[in-house]
Design a protein around this ligand. Structure first.
Ligand SMILES: Nc1ncnc2c1ncn2[C@@H]1O[C@H](COP(=O)(O)OP(=O)(O)OP(=O)(O)O)[C@@H](O)[C@H]1O
Length: 295
């Protein structure tokens, strides 16, 4: 039996007050600059995109192009010495520049959440994984112990972990990389965020498990209206999941638009290069056969 997640009627922390009109975008990034304010050097320069509710945007580009710093700026967790040096980020209509650290903490994990590569490093090795998901529910939603346990079991089932009761009691070292990433996704969606950032979330997994996790994210999007930002150096991942794509190079967006257009008719030399590199991995099977020849 497959358990699906549905969004409850209650609004999450960080959502606008009921008397305000609902924002059209789950996430709106405008001319974002990220850099070191002490040197005035910007690493990310001028990233803009709108993510509608339930939409999926992909961010691709080579290592060091600024994908992760962009995501961290959106999540309010930039590493020292970086800061947002220009532009704006709105999460469900809230300008994040106006948030206090306390408000940021409330927003993160409730309205916007993330999963990264290397799930093991985000879990406590000495606590059973199910208890860690339950703890998120206790802290963020104030659920009591029994309710948190029941809900965490449902979440483990929803991310298609077989035998959730057994997995609940296991320690991180007892689970495979794919299972750990499912646990992390369960923890990330536990409080029904409206935006989930998956930053190279499937990169470390083998191809079959990677495809299963991508399917899982697509299903969560369909069942909960979750909006997704999918960061990957792998164009095939973006082609499978996203409707819009940003292609980043050296901290700038060199091309962006609908995935089918960008991948079938790339305008920038760098995008052409990326598409060519990925042809050998069977990109066309994600694009369909009637879209013309890949360049
Ligand atoms: N904590 C940090 N300290 C210093 N420099 C950093 C830090 N994080 C990122 N950078 C630099 O910022 C630039 C952009 O890094 P970022 O991690 O955003 O790239 P990326 O596109 O996500 O790359 P990857 O695919 O390898 O994760 C790189 O030149 C990187 O060296």
């Amino acid at each position: 039996m497959t358990t699906t997640l549905t969004r409850p009627a209650t609004t999450s922390a960080g959502s606008p007050a009921p008397d305000q009109p609902a924002p059209t975008h789950a996430l709106s990034v405008r001319d974002l600059h990220v850099g070191d304010p002490s040197t005035g050097h910007d690493i990310v320069r001028g990233v803009s995109f709108d993510l509608p509710r339930g939409g999926v945007v992909g961010v691709v580009g080579e290592s060091g192009s600024g994908k992760t710093l962009t995501c961290r700026a959106v999540l309010g967790i930039l590493p020292e010495p970086f800061a947002v040096t220009g532009g704006s980020v709105e999460v469900v209509g809230r300008d994040t520049a106006t948030l206090t650290p306390r408000e940021w903490t409330g927003l993160r994990g409730s309205t916007i959440a993330a999963v990264f590569q290397d799930p093991a490093s985000y879990l406590n090795p000495s606590i059973p994984v199910g208890r860690q998901v339950a703890e998120v529910l206790r802290v963020k939603l104030g659920l009591r112990r029994r309710a948190a346990r029941e809900r965490s079991l449902e979440l483990l089932a929803a991310v298609q972990l077989r035998d959730p009761a057994r997995v609940w009691a296991q320690y991180p070292f007892e689970l495979s990389g794919g299972m750990l990433q499912r646990v992390l996704i369960a923890a990330a969606v536990a409080v029904e965020p409206q935006v989930l950032i998956a930053d190279e979330a499937t990169t470390a997994l083998d191809v079959t498990v990677q495809a299963e996790i991508l399917d899982l994210l697509a299903e969560l999007r369909a069942s909960t209206g979750l909006a997704l930002v999918v960061v990957s150096h792998d164009l095939a991942v973006v082609a499978q999941l996203c409707t819009e794509v940003l292609v980043m190079r050296d901290g700038e967006v060199v091309e962006q638009g609908p995935v089918s257009r960008v991948l079938h008719d790339p305008q920038h030399d760098y995008t052409r290069l990326l598409v060519r590199e990925h042809e050998q991995y069977g990109l066309e099977r994600f694009l369909g056969t009637d879209g013309g020849e890949l360049r």
